[in-house]
Design a protein around this ligand. Structure first.
Ligand code: HEM
Ligand SMILES: CC(C)=CCC/C(C)=C/CC/C(C)=C/COP(=O)(O)OP(=O)(O)O
Length: 305
């Protein structure tokens, strides 16, 4: 593997690609103070995306640095550049810090201070609070740590408007509730890895059966939470249809996981979770731009100035 690919791997490119995708969709869902659709300027889109991307990549690289001992012990992560010694801790530290500093400069100077501040807290939330503390301390680690990973649509939204809006917080809530079934499905499949590395993930501390119930519980909650954009008038019927079909699919997987056909089924649930989130956000976007805004939402939010 050449050096470029090792540095690229530090940035968790596929995870970060989905984070950035959600951030960009957040930008294109933004509405103005009157609730009217807003076509974001190229400046906010280009520099907002760049800053959020670099900050997420920085957080991922710090995660590699802090987790190098754990990563060495787990089969899934043992090939990582630090675990194998292909890169030194100092190289990774310099790389992560450079990405983080450039991200902050881009966001502060070319986007806005609110987005920079929220992105900074997300970076610290994932790289330090989740990785260095929560991950080693409690099986609720990924639930609490999930807030950082759920931030991108809010970051995208504020990059365009410079202010927070309850609609954006609904998007954060969706990813926040999606994270436990996303991660615990993988953790069930990788329970031996986490056990060997003594990381207190839910299937290790409370068993696989208990974890399946938690996945089911969060999937039901996710189904309900994804109805919010429709109920609040943020999205219309196209989105509702997408959310119900995708959510129905997720519920099917969660129920099937109680009695899986084979050991690999948990990974199918995990893979579905990724497709689910991507397509759900695509539906939000399509609905927003293809359909006229609804006139009488069930719940109406006033924008927070
Ligand atoms: C605390 C929150 C989260 C945890 C603990 C978590 C955990 C994980 C883990 C352990 C993997 C496997 C990575 C690998 O094998 O290299 C993974 C993969 C993935 N995650 Fe998450 N995740 C979280 C949040 C998110 C968020 C918020 C997103 C995007 C919005 C996301 C998107 C993905 C994607 C796209 C993959 C597949 C990567 C690949 O194919 O290599 N994750 N996640
Ligand atoms: C600025 C901003 C939006 C920051 C968020 C950054 C970010 C990369 C979030 C993704 C969450 C994730 C991949 C968690 C897995 O960590 P893990 O240590 O449990 O997984 P691993 O064992 O694969 O390393």
């Amino acid at each position: 593997m050449n050096t470029f690919r090792q540095y690229l791997e530090l940035t968790k490119p596929r995870v970060v690609a989905l984070l950035v995708f959600c951030a960009v969709i957040g930008m294109f869902l933004a509405v103005d103070e009157n609730g009217q659709r807003l076509l974001p300027g190229w400046h906010a889109v280009v520099f907002g995306t760049l800053g959020i991307w670099l900050a997420s990549a920085s957080a991922a690289a710090y995660n590699h640095l802090i987790d190098q001992r754990i990563d060495r012990l787990m089969a899934r992560t043992s090939h990582r550049p630090l675990a194998t010694g292909q890169l030194t801790p100092m190289q990774v530290f310099v790389f992560a810090t450079t990405l983080g500093v450039v991200a902050m400069l881009v966001l502060v100077l070319l986007v806005n201070v609110l987005t920079a501040t929220l992105t900074f807290f997300s970076l610290i939330g994932y790289a330090v609070i989740y990785t260095a503390f929560l991950k080693r301390a409690t099986p609720q680690n990924i639930v609490i740590g999930g807030i950082a990973g759920a931030a991108p649509p809010v970051l995208g939204w504020t990059a365009v408007t410079g202010s927070l809006h309850p609609y954006a917080l609904q998007l954060l809530l969706i990813i926040f509730v999606w994270t436990p079934p996303h991660f615990w499905a993988l953790a069930i499949f990788r329970v031996d890895d986490y056990s060997r590395a003594q990381v207190p993930m839910l299937p290790v501390t409370h068993g696989v059966r208990y974890t399946r119930w938690h996945i089911f519980f969060y999937t039901v909650l996710l189904f309900l939470v994804t109805l919010l954009p429709f109920l609040t008038g943020m999205s219309g019927l196209i989105y509702l249809l997408g959310a119900v079909v995708l959510g129905g699919g997720f519920l099917w997987y969660a129920v099937r996981l109680f009695n899986p056909p084979d050991d690999f089924f948990a990974m199918k649930v995990f893979n579905y979770s990724i497709v689910y989130l991507m397509v759900l956000f695509a539906f939000l976007l399509a609905d927003h731009w293809l359909v006229e805004p609804m006139v009488h939402p069930a719940i109406r939010f006033d924008p927070v100035v």
